[in-house]
Design a protein around this ligand. Structure first.
Ligand code: SF4
Ligand code: SF4
Length: 211
C-alpha cells in the first residue's frame, strides 16, 4: 500500500501544490462506469507495475499506466482526462500483453481518450488531440486512412500549419513525404472503402448517435 501511495505522490509531482485526494468526486461510480463500458475487470489490478515496465513511452507520461488504472479505481476522472498519458499512448498493447491479471490497460487508456474528446476539458497535448480527431474524421469520411490525405487534413486545422512553419518542422515533413513518395510508400490517392456505410454506422454507434 505504501508503494501505491508513494507512486501517486510521484504522479502529482508535476503539480506539487495539489492536495492529494483519497477518493474522486465520482468514487465507485466512475470505476463501475468504466468497467461496464469497456468490459475490463479494472478491480483485478494489484499494482504490480508490469504494464508500466512494458510500456515503451511511459517515460513521457505524467501518469504511468499502472497509476492510470489506480486513478480509475479511485474515481479520479478529471486528472485522467487532463493527463498527457491518454494522448501519448501508442495503443501498442504491450501493457495489456504483460498484465498477469488480464487487465486490458490499452483499452482503458483508449476509452479515456475518447471520453476526453467528447468532454469540455482542454487536452494537455493539443496537437496530438487534433491529430487524433483528424484521424477519426478521415476514417469516417473514407472508411480507410490515406497518409497523404490525413496529413493534408491535419495541416488545415487551425494553427497547425502556422506552428509547423514557425518551429521549422514543415520542411522536415515535406522531405519525409517526398522520400516516401519516391520509394512508393506513400499514395496520393486511395478510393473510399467499400465498407464505408458499415464504418460510418459503427462510428455513429460508438458516439451514441441514432443510426
Ligand atoms: S500489469 Fe496489470 S495488475 Fe499489474 S499494475 Fe498493470 S494493470 Fe495492474
Ligand atoms: S498501449 Fe499505451 S500504455 Fe500500453 S504499452 Fe502501449 S503505449 Fe504504453
Amino acid at each position: 500500500m505504501q508503494n501505491i501511495i508513494s507512486d501517486l505522490d510521484q504522479a502529482h509531482e508535476h503539480d506539487p501544490g495539489k492536495k492529494r485526494k483519497l477518493i474522486g468526486d465520482r468514487g465507485d461510480f466512475f470505476l463501475n462506469r468504466m468497467q461496464g463500458e469497456t468490459g475490463v475487470n479494472i478491480s483485478a489490478c494489484y499494482q504490480c507495475e508490469r504494464c508500466t515496465n512494458a510500456c515503451p513511452v511511459s517515460h513521457f507520461m505524467d501518469i504511468k499506466p499502472h497509476q492510470a488504472i489506480r486513478y480509475v479505481q479511485l474515481g479520479w476522472r478529471e486528472d485522467l482526462l487532463k493527463s498527457s498519458t491518454i494522448w501519448i499512448c501508442l495503443s501498442c498493447e504491450m501493457c495489456t500483453t504483460y498484465c498477469p491479471n488480464e487487465v486490458d490497460v490499452a483499452e482503458i487508456i483508449h476509452h479515456l481518450r475518447n471520453m476526453a474528446v467528447h468532454s469540455s476539458i482542454t487536452p494537455k497535448e493539443k496537437n496530438l488531440a487534433v491529430f487524433h480527431q483528424t484521424f477519426l474524421e478521415v476514417l469516417r469520411k473514407y472508411g480507410r486512412i490515406n497518409e497523404f490525405r490525413l496529413m493534408n487534413a491535419y495541416y488545415l486545422k487551425p494553427d497547425i500549419l502556422h506552428e509547423r512553419i514557425k518551429n521549422k518542422t514543415l520542411k522536415e515533413d515535406l522531405l519525409l513525404g517526398m522520400t516516401l513518395l519516391r520509394k512508393g510508400r506513400l499514395k496520393l490517392f486511395t478510393p473510399k472503402s467499400r465498407a464505408i456505410k458499415e464504418i460510418k454506422k459503427a462510428y455513429s454507434q460508438t458516439r451514441g448517435e441514432i443510426v
